[in-house]
Ligand binder design. Structure first.
Ligand code: ADP
Ligand code: ASP
Ligand code: MG
Length: 469
């Protein structure tokens, strides 16, 4: 069996965790599994890098020193507890020190220039995975397996130049990965690849979006013709909701690609929103499973939903860090192409619209976008549309909202689901700001104030008895 195994930040949070990860790899290798490994940065490191890059932009040089010292200690400590052999420890320590020295130079450069471009930000963010992968590699080597470490770029993942949210050029990537990694896998060598980071056609480092190691894993899974992709994480699988909100949430043993994709897009942090795209085309099964309970099979995601799973609603998710944008103007009424103009402006500015709703009067479009791009969205719409022929007369926004998505394949054609959802929310006295249902009928999503989000999730989870499935 050939498997790509991805270990997320929580699975490699400490040296002990990394040692545990290497034992899982060893165990599976013993059972004749050919394995390619994808690793995320140690938990919290990517967030730290974002923070320090912002500090560097504000020319806060002191912060850089403090950050790199702490980062260095964290990784050196992890090396000591993940790897027993002194020789391997020394080898990985040298790589770590060299990488941190490079990061320090990059941050100092940003500090002097006072500028952080999407390109330089991706470069800074790449250091999280560049530091974690060698430790995992060392821990695997420590267990007497043959292994080799690669950055996403070295492995052959080539993307477009959309820094921060880059997309793979799948044909070229497949060709390079097969050329570089397949022969190793055939020989029983375990390639360890940094998740999240890749390079564009000019060799400039890119990242594929937050949580992107999942995406790296599925890209690799397809390119290598894997039998399955296993996403190891800190929960038992995909659950009926985030167990951090509802501790009684249940694990879903099987989901269709479509259902899992709806959940990923709508905030089940358990997976990157685009991670399923490559595997859907090639029909490679994905399994989400827990490093803390490797004996469990986790959630299996395939083309077909489980024939026995009759329940209508399967899960409820809350997506944070979003904002609602309202564009209105009497000039939009009955004017062909007016919506197209709004979406054209957003599209040209690389702003992804997650949810849309319009009134039948056509005088208003409401959209949900990522909170981080709200300022850019408003300013680009204002420059392009406001007061030009009266098409748009007002642009307003709310940045303290969350999307709640209720997901399940059997919702299609089942009457009364929407009314049950909205009655449940109304009974809590919570106001709904916007509603959308895709024509796929796989999910109903709506916007509430973020402060009410958890309460809504709990109420819906209970109303549909999701803790009893
Ligand atoms: P990793 O570090 O392994 O990539 P993430 O933090 O990205 O892990 O994703 C796992 C987390 O996703 C879980 O700890 C859980 O709190 C959260 N989560 C949110 N919604 C769900 C859900 N429906 N099922 C499982 N986990 C969920
Ligand atoms: N380290 C990256 C992030 O935190 C990628 C990942 O964890 O998958 O977003
Ligand atoms: Mg993740």
């Amino acid at each position: 069996m050939k498997v790509v195994m991805k270990f997320g930040g929580s699975s490699v949070a400490t040296g002990e965790n990394i040692r545990h990860v290497s034992s899982i790899i060893k165990q599976n290798a013993k059972n004749n599994c050919r394995i390619a490994v994808v690793v995320s940065a140690l938990a919290g490191v990517t967030n730290g890098l974002i923070e320090v890059a912002e500090q560097a932009k504000r020319s806060n040089e002191k912060q850089i020193q403090a950050f790199t010292t702490e980062l260095s200690e964290k990784h050196l400590m992890a090396i000591k507890s993940a790897i027993s052999s002194e020789a391997i420890q020394k080898e990985v320590t040298q790589i770590t020190e060299k990488t941190i020295a490079e990061l320090e130079k990059v941050l100092t450069g940003i500090c002097y220039v006072g500028e952080l471009t999407p390109k330089s930000k991706d470069y800074v963010l790449s250091f999280g995975e560049r530091l974690s992968a060698p430790i995992v590699w060392g821990a695997i080597k420590d267990r007497k397996l043959e292994t080799q470490c690669f950055t996403g770029k070295e492995a052959g993942i080539v993307t477009d130049s959309n820094f921060g949210e880059a997309d793979p050029l799948m044909n070229f990537t497949t060709h390079l990965i097969r050329e570089r990694l397949s022969p190793l896998l055939e020989k029983g060598v375990v390639p360890v690849v940094t998740g999240y980071i890749a390079a564009d056609q000019n060799g400039v480092v890119t990242t594929v979006g937050r949580g992107g190691s999942d995406y790296t894993a599925t890209i690799l899974g397809v390119a290598l013709g894997a039998d399955e992709v296993w996403i190891w994480t800190d929960v038992d699988g995909i659950m009926t909701t985030d167990p951090k909100i509802v501790p009684a949430a249940k694990m879903l043993p099987q989901l269709s690609y479509q259902e899992a994709a709806e959940m990923a897009i709508f905030g089940a942090k358990a997976m990157h929103p685009r991670a399923l795209e490559p595997v859907i085309k090639e029909n490679v099964p994905v399994r989400i499973r827990s490093v803390f309970h490797p004996e469990n099979q986790g959630t299996l995601i395939t083309e077909e939903p489980d024939a026995n799973a009759k329940q209508v609603v399967k899960a409820v998710a809350m997506i944070r860090e979003v904002a609602m944008l309202n564009v209105s103007g009497a000039g939009m009424v009955g004017a062909p192409g007016s919506y197209a103009k709004v979406f054209d402006v957003l599209g040209k500015n690389n702003i992804n619209v997650m949810m849309i709703s319009t009134a039948a009067s056509e005088a208003n479009i409401s959209m949900v976008i990522r909170r981080g791009v709200l300022g850019r969205a408003i300013s680009s719409l204002e420059i392009a549309l406001l007061d030009r022929g009266g098409l748009v007369s007002d642009i307003s926004s709310e940045d303290d909202v969350a999307v709640i998505a209720v997901v399940g394949a059997n919702m299609k054609g089942t009457l009364g689901v929407a009314s049950k959802i909205f009655t449940t929310v109304a009974r809590k006295g919570i106001n709904i700001r916007m509603i959308a249902q895709g024509s796929s009928e796989l999910n109903i999503s709506f916007v509430v104030k973020e402060k009410d989000g958890k309460e809504v999730v709990r109420a819906i989870h209970e109303a549909f008895n999701l803790d009893k499935i």
